[in-house]
Design a protein around this ligand. Structure first.
Ligand code: SF4
Ligand code: SF4
Length: 377
């Protein structure tokens, strides 16, 4: 039984990687479709974190047929990753049918949850529905007045996820000027790694998505968490955005919210992100490729101090598409900044040879790679 579980998990991981490559190839090939959409099936939450402006205590679930229409529309727009968020999405009684529909339209299926409703049975149901990724944010080691999303409460759930989950799990932890025990973030990140999960660290933002610089002690914790990273390809840790934000410095970048990233609220309206609701505020049913094109180029005044990391990561993918050689150089340089003895793994040595040493060879290989990736769709 146990061997069967391990084999099934491996099979799922290989299948997920194959689809990730195909979707990455599509994101590289075209700028005319959303890479990531967050969609809200229910605004209600079973917790009440004091910093949160994304939940209420009373909303009803969005009817399933309405949610399925929205997922279908995102599929028609060519969305590659669809994330169910909230509120607490697992409070929606038909969450699994939505996951199945996300997979049916050809997108990767993600859930962002506070983890409270996870049990071995619920995890197996999520496996059966075809979930690809699950993300849990854990704010502290012991629950306090600000947040009950604590390691003490959730650790048993994490063990169940490690034992039963066939999807990839990411544990997000937070730093921020108002965080009382920043060293908790390091404890949580280490626990995530020990259980075989990915870990990321976010910076708490205010109600418009903006950040304040971190105190020196928290920057130290942030650096230590970055050093836990082992994969050179991790976008979350190859994060020049956060490196500047924690110091209170602005980032120069083009926010592609409304185009490469969409936030769909419980009323079915498209917004830039959870912190900039009302812009553009257009119904998803009538959101067109012209809207995607307009927002691809629109300037967002909130961009320099924005801390919405999933939108940063989408922007980084576009930068890779537009400047692959420069981004590869930056990727290697940053990894060596964290660890000067870092040796490039074989695929990256090949990429360095292919793309960085000789521009003519790079152009020919890029063409060939793009053709190979297209054929894997
Ligand atoms: S668990 Fe998440 S959605 Fe619920 S109140 Fe806390 S931060 Fe907000
Ligand atoms: S820059 Fe973009 S993602 Fe960040 S708060 Fe503004 S609209 Fe949202």
């Amino acid at each position: 039984m146990r061997i069967q579980g391990v084999l099934s998990r491996r099979r799922r991981a290989i299948d997920r990687r194959r689809r990730e490559i195909a979707l990455f190839a599509r994101a590289m090939e075209s700028k005319h479709h959303p890479i990531l959409a967050q969609i809200i099936p229910i605004r209600r939450c079973n917790l009440a974190c004091t910093y949160c402006n994304e939940y209420d205590a009373v909303s009803k679930p969005v009817p399933l047929d309405e949610m399925l229409k929205r997922i279908d529309r995102l599929g028609e727009l060519g969305t590659t990753i669809i994330t169910l968020s909230g509120g607490e999405p697992l409070l929606h009684p038909q969450c699994d049918q939505m996951i199945q529909r996300i997979r049916k339209v050809g997108a990767m299926a993600t859930v962002i949850t506070n983890g409270y409703l996870l049990t071995p049975k619920r995890i197996q149901e999520l496996n059966a529905a075809g979930l690809d990724y699950l993300q849990i944010s854990i704010d502290n080691v012991q629950p306090d007045d600000t947040s009950k999303k604590s390691l003490k409460v959730l650790d048993r759930k994490l063990e169940w996820l490690a034992e039963h989950g066939e999807f990839a799990v990411t544990i997000n932890t937070v730093l921020g000027a108002d965080v009382r025990t920043p060293e908790d973030a390091l404890t949580i990140a280490r626990r995530a790694r020990a259980l075989g999960f990915n870990s990321t660290v976010g910076v708490l933002h205010d109600g418009t998505g903006q950040t304040k610089p971190l105190p020196a002690a928290q920057i130290e914790v942030y650096q230590q968490i970055r050093q836990l990273e082992t994969s050179v390809f991790s976008f979350s840790h190859f994060d020049r955005f956060q490196t500047k934000l924690v110091q209170g410095l602005p980032n120069e970048w083009q926010c592609r919210a409304g185009s490469r990233f969409l936030y769909i609220c419980e009323d079915g309206l498209v917004h830039y992100c959870s912190q900039q609701r009302g812009h553009p505020g257009t119904p998803l049913a009538s959101y067109t490729r012209a809207d995607l094109e307009r927002e691809f180029h629109s300037e967002k005044a909130c961009a320099p101090h924005c801390s919405i990391s999933c939108v940063h990561q989408v922007a980084m993918l576009d930068e890779v598409r537009e400047h692959p050689r420069e981004m590869l150089t930056e990727l290697i340089t940053r990894r060596r900044e964290i660890n000067p003895d870092f040796q490039l793994p074989l695929p990256l040595r090949a990429a360095e040879w292919a793309f960085l040493e000789n521009p003519k060879r790079a152009a020919a290989l890029q063409k060939a790679a793009s053709a190979i990736l297209r054929s894997s769709k």
